[in-house]
Design a protein around this ligand. Structure first.
Ligand code: ADP
Length: 645
């Protein structure tokens, strides 16, 4: 037992040799490379003192070949890269390091090596050895690089989508598409248009394929038939269907450069690009159609406005004759009382017709954005007393004035407003009770109340009474004539003066219209006014149209001089410049800055250039998405409170 015991204790004695032997085995079966370098005291070089088996598996060097060799032997005179520089720095400083470097196998091929270095020091703190634990991480590094590549590509794809969807004409769409797709796919890109009878060619815009020849390209044909992508045998050329608009089908053809092959991810991006193209092409076609229709509507609208303006204008000459001759009748011979009354009626209705003509003319000018105010000092008390004469034969105006009644405004326009209100007061008070006008001058504004005790406005109609062509149901029932645009017009004109108009009314009791006018014209109505510099603008200016759609009033200038004159003339709520800053002269930039400082107006510049010298409040890069512009305006322009209705 004792002998057995002894024998047993001899073989399993946990001596140092056995422990070392076990450790060595473990180290040799480990997947990671473990190397020990000895620092050569003679030259400071690191020489391989120990390596495990994994090193041979990873690099092809046997122990005989590696042991005793300096580090540079394994780098085959390759220059230091960033990783090796870090290694050298760590070695020099004697501190541990974890780094990824490029290493080389015996056959000269390279791999990404994940290296952890630890120094080993003797009792005197001299580093005698370095332990290096290494792992081939090529697959991981390549995977990460590929992921990063894909990420970049997805990002570019998003950017591309943005530019494509902002394209409004086919030439810029195809141009943008080709440039972006070539960048994303590192390949040559062509867009093909193919008509339903099989004729087609590479295109720059959507215009007719009349002179195109029958297309003989199996790849394109196949792609159109299957409505997907098709790749050739060598994986260097691919075609994908990119939508159909009208009778034309579109295909995108990609040709890899420099013998590169198209990979699966390229085809994925290609599919996405083709999809974008199809949607953007649809937008362009719709936009074209819209443009045509809009031109027709604009033309019709113009004709209507011209016609109204012409009629209103030409109405007034004969009306003046009627009024003039009606006055003369009494002077050239005797007229009896009946005749006098008839003549007075002729004169009155002619004058009414004249006011209507004036209103119509103003309305058509307002619609064309042509109304600008001729500013001067106006005493509203004088203006209203003057009006009273016009109505002398119909009603007595009870006028009271309190305080200073002067404002800065446009006399004929303000006259129109109060003429309409007084005339309504009389017209809608059939019992002919007096209309009162109360003028109340406050510090910074003047309030004018026009009050009657007439038929009033039914509660249900009050809400919309300032809208165009709206009439009260009671007025219509009673057969009192009217057009329903006097109040609409008055509201617009008051708004042009920066004022408000409100009504209080009870059916059967009477109405009070209250006009509040600031002493100074701010030029701002209750809708923000944008000054737009758009040199490509015409009646069809996309920007102007879109801004109006978004609820702004827009005055358009086609050059800087016109813009400056506009801003000088009338206070605007914001300036939008669709011109590159480099196209503006230093003088104009100076003027613009001075005017902005004076009026405190925000400026939005649409450009990809450096626009700092314009000191913009916001910059929007081209291609401009209207949504972005509207959002920028909304954040910069303080909305005016809509009043008066
Ligand atoms: P018009 O008088 O030509 O119809 P307006 O735009 O001036 O057009 O007025 C719109 C409508 O408002 C009138 O048709 C009438 O129904 C109502 N209205 C305007 N003023 C008065 C008033 N003072 N009293 C009662 N109703 C009025």
């Amino acid at each position: 037992m004792a002998a057995q015991k002894r024998t047993h204790s001899d073989t399993v004695r946990p001596g140092l040799d056995l422990e070392r032997d076990l450790m060595m085995r473990a180290i040799n079966v480990a997947g990671d490379v473990i190397l020990v370098y000895r620092v050569d005291p003679s030259d400071g070089d690191l020489r391989v003192a120990y390596m495990n088996d994994a090193y041979t598996r990873q690099t092809g060097y046997s122990r005989d070949e590696a042991i005793g060799r300096p580090v540079k032997f394994f780098r085959q005179n390759m220059p230091d890269d960033q990783g090796m520089r870090e290694v050298r720095a760590a070695l020099a400083a004697g501190r541990p390091l974890h780094v990824q470097i490029v290493s080389y196998r015996k056959d000269g091929t390279s791999f990404w090596n994940d290296v952890t270095l630890y120094p080993v020091a003797d009792d005197d703190q001299h580093i005698t050895h370095w332990i290096s634990v290494e792992r081939d991480v090529t697959t991981l590094v390549e995977y990460e690089a590929a992921m990063e590549d894909e990420h970049r590509r997805l990002f570019s794809l998003t950017q591309t989508a943005r530019s494509l969807f902002a394209s409004l004409d086919s030439r810029s769409l195809i141009d943008t598409f080709r440039k972006s797709a070539e960048e994303i796919l590192h390949a040559r890109i062509e867009v093909y248009g193919i008509s339903s009878d099989g004729r087609g060619r590479a295109i720059d815009d959507f215009d007719a394929l009349d002179d195109a020849k029958t297309i003989v390209d199996p790849l394109i044909e196949h792609a159109l038939r299957t409505r997907g992508h098709v790749v050739d045998d060598r994986h260097v050329r691919a075609a994908v269907a990119a939508g159909k608009h009208g009778s034309t089908s579109y295909a995108v053809v990609v040709q890899a450069r420099n013998g590169r092959q198209l990979r699966e991810t390229d085809l994925f991006a290609l599919d996405l690009l083709a999809e974008y193209f199809s949607v953007a092409a649809h937008n362009v076609s719709l936009y074209r159609e819209l443009e045509v229709r809009r031109s027709v509507v604009l033309e019709l609208n113009q004709t209507k406005t011209d016609l109204i303006a012409m009629l209103a204008h030409d109405f007034r000459t004969p009306l003046t004759s009627i009024v003039g001759f009606a006055d003369l009748v009494g002077e050239v011979g005797d007229v009896n009382d009946d005749q006098r009354e008839f003549i007075a009626t002729i004169k009155r209705t002619a004058l009414q017709l004249n006011e209507l003509a004036v209103d119509t003319l103003t309305l058509s000018r307002l619609e064309r954005n042509e109304v600008s105010l001729q500013r001067e000092t106006v005493d509203l008390a004088v203006l209203v007393r003057d009006l009273a004469y016009d109505f002398a034969d119909r009603s007595v105006l009870d006028i009271s004035v309190n305080g200073d009644a002067t404002v800065i405004g446009d006399v004929p326009r303000l006259r129109q407003v109060f003429y309409n209100l007084v005339e309504n007061g009389i017209k809608y008070s059939p019992g002919s009770t007096a209309v009162s006008v109360e003028i109340d001058g406050q510090t910074d504004h003047v309030v004018v109340r026009v009050q009657d005790r007439g038929i009033g406005i039914p509660a249900g109609d009050l809400q919309r009474i300032f809208e165009r062509f709206q009439r009260g149901s009671n007025a219509r029932k009673l057969g009192i004539g009217g057009t329903g645009f006097g109040l609409f017009l008055s509201k617009q004109l008051v708004a042009l003066h920066g004022g408000t108009i409100e009504v209080e009314s009870r059916e059967g009791k009477g109405s009070t219209f209250t006009v509040t006018l600031p002493r100074r014209v701010t030029g701002r109505g209750d809708v923000a006014l944008i000054a737009l510099l758009d040199p490509v603008s015409d009646a069809n200016s996309v920007l102007a149209h879109s801004l109006r759609d978004a609820g702004y009033r827009v005055s358009v200038a086609v050059d800087a001089a016109e813009l400056l004159a506009m801003i000088e003339d009338l206070a605007h709520d914001a300036i939008v410049i669709n011109v590159d800053p480099s196209a503006l002269s230093t003088q104009n930039v100076g003027r613009l800055r001075a005017l902005r400082a004076e009026h405190n107006v925000p400026l939005i510049v649409l450009t990809n250039e450096d626009s700092r010298r314009l000191v913009p409040s916001a910059v929007i890069e081209r291609p401009v998405l209207i949504g972005d512009l509207v959002a920028a305006l909304a954040s910069l322009v303080v909305p005016h409170t809509a009043t008066g209705s």
